[in-house]
Design a protein around this ligand. Sequence first.
Ligand code: NAD
Ligand code: IPM
Ligand code: MN
Length: 351
Amino acid sequence: MKIAVLPGDGIGPEVTQEAVRVIEALGLGIELKHAPVGGAAYKAYGHPLPPETLEIARASDGVLFGAVGDPDCDSLDRHLRPEQAILGLRKELVLFANLRPAKVFKGLEDHSALRPEVASAIDLLIVRELNGDVYFGEKGFRTTPNGEREGYDIMSYSESEVRRIAHVAFRAAQGRAGRLCSVDKANVLETSQLWRDVVIEVAKEYPDVALSHMYVDNAAMQLVRNPGQFDVVVTGNLFGDILSDQASMCVGSIGMLASASLGERQTDYGTFGLYEPIHGSAPDIAGQGLANPMATILSAAMLLRHSLGQDAAADRVEAAVAKALEDGVLGRDLGGNANTTEIGDAVLERL
Ligand code: NAD
Ligand code: IPM
Ligand code: MN
């Protein structure tokens, strides 16, 4: 079993290190190969996603990714910015299905931005499309006829892109409470109208799943009003990006939300995928031991389950995380004072 470890920038290496310690402690003989990515790779090799890094990722059974993003690089040409590394990996490796689960761990009910009785009902999965939308359409700057500067980014989804993510979401709902809410902006956007039409077509193959539709503005509101109503949410790249950050605060902290990005390629042990916390490189707290590594440790558990077929090990890691939280081992993001390494230690002790 081979894992590519891409720590990246800012708190990326700090949180990744804790997840690596957890993987190593399992004693499964997994081979770990580290490679530079993001601003770190740009500074060392002149490109945020060097070909060697892409090859190491491709040759692995699963990729553990930290975070990319570096304020020093924010004025580079867009194709050289750190964020292009994660976008490039998702696109090159055809990882189109991003699973972002959110649930309230025991002991965190009082740490949500929502009232405890509202927060404790949260157990949802956001299925975010990852290879299309306004992220990957034509973009650029141009001059209008009256001489103004104008920026543009084209939003589009093809039928097949919507269909394949819809299948992932319906199957996920079948394995959960059987409810799927498709989030779009079909009252304004043609991209969303096609999205909705295709999701309705695909639904015919899943009569056991209860499908509903919601506009994204309402969904943002419902997510704080009554998040317990959601089981699986399927949505496009941009809406999914925004709603998942919001969901993270509903369960306590952005340092808690893990993710799996999957495609169709099978490995010897499961489905090839890339696993990362949903948060970024957090330059404001980098290098201070203030990062919560739980999201990355939980991402490693998803890697063990989906890409390596190590369900028992994944269960062990998740149980150790749950126990540490229940025992009150919390970082500053959750109102506690444990530093990054202490949180990692606490998980290792309970493993
Ligand atoms: P961010 O997620 O990095 O940080 C937002 C806020 O949350 C900050 O105050 C940060 O300190 C806090 N935070 C984030 N993760 C935390 C953790 N594990 N523990 C405790 N606190 C945490 O978002 P941002 O500030 O908008 O972006 C910073 C950089 O990260 C940008 O360059 C952005 O493009 C990049 N980014 C990368 C990814 C990725 O690599 N997948 C995701 C999001 C943002
Ligand atoms: C995420 C991030 C990325 C995204 C950025 C860094 C490109 O915000 O993974 O949520 O927008 O997908
Ligand atoms: Mn995001």
